[in-house]
Ligand binder design. Structure first.
Ligand code: PLP
Length: 400
């Protein structure tokens, strides 16, 4: 059926692609070995450093985020290497499964999908590893399947407290460009991300930001690699080129997206996400629904996962909301299937888009005959009105 007006794409990624980015990509594809491309390549590779807050190299693969996960593994580790991972949700589980497939010896610390990585547990485990068998600690910054954000800076401190030399690898697929993140300052060795969330691009680009320590590790690591080899990338990137055909038009989009994020200012982008997340949480509380995230220090500012009351099928509610109001909300993944729905509030979003989104949820709850208290949208509006001045005035539930 044709729905007039714009579809509300409020899954936690892929996110809405702004018109400016769409127009920037609407260009003829150019010779990827010619001078114009070299200019574009250099510009985006340089621009990426500001996004990851690093002075080191960032490589860009024509891939989804999963490819960038694989690149982080095959470039740094060797068969049988021990790595420490944490079951924060579905994406941590998938990264873990990939590591097992690559022949790594994964210690997967179980979790309840309602909490992030516990820094104290990281410190404990690493302190026990006196012979430094653990080669890498791998953490998902923002669990897109649960709406829980792990405290990466504190995990770094835990690694330091244990005086452990493991590499630190972080998945920022649903946090980069939405939540505060510091590749250099937080001592991350490999940061993994994708284009389709905070970066406001279509799917199709995978990124690795690489520390000097990770580069050094890549010289002696023995996992086989070819397509994902950093060395080939880095050699070609010096002149702005790629070892194989890059996703030229997505790179035009990336150049525009970086310009937009820098014009707004990353700090303002982060505050905007915090403000929209807090407005969403205000609505959820008002509806009388329960958030999956249990620790306010770990509430995600890029998405909110909401538990449906017992007996209520979240996917039936999502289907009704889609059919009646043309809004896409996120489904429950893995262990959360049939238990939650997820509201994406990241990327290119303003107050009215958020209110429209929350109205879609509230009207959907009504249409699905779900038990809820009406007025959540009103409560969110009042929150946004009070906080319409300086973004600095937002009462932060928790400062990360
Ligand atoms: N990691 C996180 C946190 C994600 O949210 C996703 C996708 O949603 C992925 C990894 C996998 O990325 P992709 O689906 O682009 O391969």
């Amino acid at each position: 059926m044709h729905h007039p007006g714009r579809h509300f794409l409020q899954i936690p990624g892929p996110t809405n692609v702004p018109d400016r980015v769409l127009r920037a990509m609407d260009r003829p594809t150019i010779d990827h070995r010619g001078p114009d491309f070299a200019h574009l390549g250099k510009e985006v590779l340089e621009g990426c450093r500001s996004l990851f807050r690093t002075s080191g190299p960032v490589v860009i693969f024509p891939s989804s985020g999963t490819g960038a996960w694989e690149a982080s593994i095959v470039n740094t580790l060797s068969p049988g290497d021990k790595v420490l991972m944490f079951e924060t949700g579905q994406f941590a589980t998938l990264w873990q499964q990939m590591s097992v497939r690559w022949g790594l010896d994964v210690e997967f610390v179980p979790g309840d999908w309602r909490h992030g990585v516990d820094p104290a547990q990281v410190e404990d485990r690493l302190a026990q590893d006196r012979s430094h068998q653990i080669r890498a600690v791998m953490v998902v910054h923002n669990e897109t399947s649960t709406g829980v954000t792990s405290r990466v800076a504190e995990v770094r401190k835990a690694i330091d407290n244990a005086q452990h030399p493991a590499l630190f690898m972080v998945d920022t697929v649903s946090s980069l460009g939405s939540l505060p993140y510091e590749h250099d300052a937080w001592g991350v060795d490999v940061t993994v991300t994708g284009s389709q969330k905070g970066l406001m691009l279509p799917p199709g680009l995978g990124f690795n930001a690489i520390s000097q320590k990770a580069l050094t590790a890549s010289k002696s690591s023995r996992l086989p690699r070819s397509y994902w080899d950093w060395q080939d990338m880095l050699e070609n990137n010096v002149a702005g080129f790629f070892p194989y055909t890059p996703a030229t038009n997505l790179l035009y989009g990336l150049r525009e997206a970086i310009a937009m994020l820098m014009e707004e200012g990353l700090e303002n982008v982060f505050s905007r996400h915090r403000r929209h997340a807090e407005a969403t949480r205000t609505a959820v509380r008002h509806w009388g629904l329960e958030m999956l995230a249990l620790d306010s220090r770990e509430y995600s500012d890029s998405l909110t996962a909401v538990l449906t009351p017992a007996g209520q099928d979240p996917d039936r509610f999502r289907k009704i909301a889609l059919e009646k109001y043309d809004i896409s909300l996120g489904t429950g993944l893995g262990k959360m299937k049939g238990k939650i729905f997820r509201i994406g509030h990241l990327g290119d979003l303003n107050d009215l888009m958020l209110i429209g989104t929350l109205a879609g949820v509230e009207m959907g709850l009504h249409a699905a005959n779900a038990p809820y208290r009406s007025g959540g949208v009103q409560a969110a509006m009042e929150f946004l009105q009070k906080q319409s001045g300086s973004v600095k005035e937002i009462p932060l539930v928790a400062v990360r």
